[in-house]
Design a protein around this ligand. Structure first.
Ligand code: C2E
Ligand code: MG
Ligand code: MG
Length: 266
């Protein structure tokens, strides 16, 4: 029984894998943008975003909208994550370059799965930026720790090359996993994103934890971004804790490019 149900599961996953492969070439994968703001002086009716995070969406012909929490693990398992990440980077870098040409000084963050990071990946990122004329300093690459508290050694080896090219490396979802503050110094990073589970915690322990991360980050010259700011209270708390930037539903969810343009213009 157990074996049968497992094989059904494997079939479903590989079906999804094949569909995802088709989606990649068939235009079903789109990119949404969520704005980031400087927290100093930020309010719920803020000025201009300073950067956007690109987040992938799958418009499946029969299943409807599929979210990344479902398809990113499939893409990783099926070894198409690097192609997917590269697709998102190309689309988003082109879009942000256009916004810059339109007069909006915006940075771009993209997510990258460290599980299959290779030297070819780094080359592809740099080539893409150079082809599009997007400055290396405009880009941050967000990586999340692997299931174990350490990132894959292969991924860690790629990161210094990206940084030496002026591309920022950001550690996503910090505080949501097992990485501790002592482990950070071993990582070649420029930015830490505080997981929304910590951003939204109101207790003193969380206050101290984030303040300690910020103090450490400032000594290292890293930026700290608070994720998951949903309320004025979340904003006030993150500001009090010293976070430099924020992102969250208070300002808006990820949206397609035209909606983000309305925000830029408004
Ligand atoms: P992430 O990189 O941590 O992205 C932030 C996620 O939190 C997004 O979910 C966003 O919609 C959600 N979020 C933002 N603000 C708030 C808030 O105030 N409250 C709440 N409850 N949620 C908020 P999304 O778009 O579903 O993405 C989920 C994860 O999937 C991402 O987490 C990222 O790890 C991964 N992902 C998305 N796109 C890509 C991609 O192109 N490549 C890779 N490798 N991973 C991706
Ligand atoms: Mg992210
Ligand atoms: Mg995150």
């Amino acid at each position: 029984m157990r074996y049968a149900s497992q094989s059904v599961w494997v079939d479903i996953v590989s079906d999804l894998g094949n569909e995802l492969r088709a989606a990649l070439t068939g235009g079903q994968l789109t990119v949404e943008y969520q704005p980031q703001f400087e927290l100093e002086g930020a309010t719920a009716t803020p000025g201009r975003p300073v950067a956007v995070e690109a987040l992938c969406r799958w418009h499946h012909p029969t299943r409807g909208l599929v979210m990344p929490d479902v398809f990113i693990p499939v893409a990783e398992r099926e070894h198409i994550i690097t192609a997917l990440d590269a697709h998102v980077l190309l689309v988003a870098a082109q879009q942000v370059r256009q916004w810059q040409l339109d007069g909006y000084a915006l940075g771009l963050s993209v997510n990258a799965s460290p599980t299959h990071m290779s030297p070819e990946y780094a080359d592809a990122v740099i080539d893409a930026l150079d082809d599009l004329g997007l400055s290396h300093g405009s880009l941050a690459i967000e990586i999340t720790e692997s299931p174990a508290p350490q990132l894959a050694p292969e991924a860690i080896a790629i990161l210094p090359r990206l940084r030496s090219e002026g591309i920022a490396v950001s550690l996503d979802d910090f505080g949501g996993g097992d990485t501790t503050i002592d482990m950070l110094d071993a990582l070649p990073i420029d930015e830490i994103k505080i997981d929304r589970s910590i951003t939204q915690r109101t207790d003193d322990d969380a206050d101290h934890e984030v303040a300690a991360v910020v103090a450490h980050a400032e000594r290292q010259g890293w930026r700290v971004v608070a994720e998951g700011i949903e309320t004025e209270d979340d904003l006030e708390r993150s500001r009090r804790r010293g976070c430099h930037r924020g992102q969250g539903f208070l300002w808006g969810p990820p949206v397609p490019a035209p909606r983000l343009e309305e925000m830029l213009a408004g």
